[in-house]
Design a protein around this ligand. Sequence first.
Ligand SMILES: N[C@@H](CC(=O)c1ccccc1NC=O)C(=O)O
Length: 291
Amino acid sequence: MYKDFDLANLEREYSPSSCIDDINVYINKYISLSKEANENAKKNKSLKADLSYGKNSDELIDLYLPTKGNNRKLQVYIHGGYWQALTKAESSFAATNFQQHGCYFAVINYSLAPNASLSEIVEQNKRAIAWLFSNAEALGFDASEIYLSGSSAGGHLAMMMLQTLWSDYVENSKSNQLIKGVCAVSGIYDLTPIAHTYINEPLQLTATEIEKNSPLNNSLLNTCPVVFAFGEQETSEFKRQTSEMLMKLSQAGIEVSCNEITNRNHFDIILDLSDPNSWLCHQVFRQMKLI
Ligand SMILES: N[C@@H](CC(=O)c1ccccc1NC=O)C(=O)O
């Protein structure tokens, strides 16, 4: 087992739903807000849907185009769901906000466990970012203005992107600083504890996979500023995971900020990206030099 936890406690700590009444309330919000953003974008022709970044039919990106001005900057969102739930269809809730602030907004779709292993999922996301970088000019944004955000498992995947040697994925990367900023919300950065829990059933993580895919174990090759956040209403393990990653990056001299958001849980905290007045959105806009 892990540290002093018994199985029941460890599983509760790694079940974000243990801090709230009904997970469906929040999943339904993801669904309705994402549908609204998607339908609006279709109506005003500001959506390039289902852009394919690979051979697998899951390897798709929805790209939302700026609707008010155009600063040629791109925010990429990687959804959460323990690498086994959710898709791009529930993950475009913040698109309209970014579009209205002159930005491009991309939502990455990737395969889910058990259809794909965690290592394959990480590879897909790397190829998705590389595809966006390589096609920036044709798509309309600046290849040197790519930013990332992610929630939960998406926070983990965003951090994995900073441990990428981009020359393995793109032809013309002059430096490895392909991503210019990251917003990682309620992520898991050490996979060791979840390997003991029910979460690992579809994942079947091996020891090598845990080591390789735990951002806390490996050094960053893409050293951009990182904004961290977690909700007040989250378990102590989720809070500790972020604190440890924050410490590691700050010791490595990386520009970091972190906030525990009052009155937010694991699921509604990320909805703050759709609210231009929230702390989280302010941090991201500041990172993108919009404010
Ligand atoms: N068994 C997990 C479920 C979970 O984390 C989850 C389920 C559906 C969609 C997203 C999820 N998690 C993170 O975004 C829990 O108890 O919270």
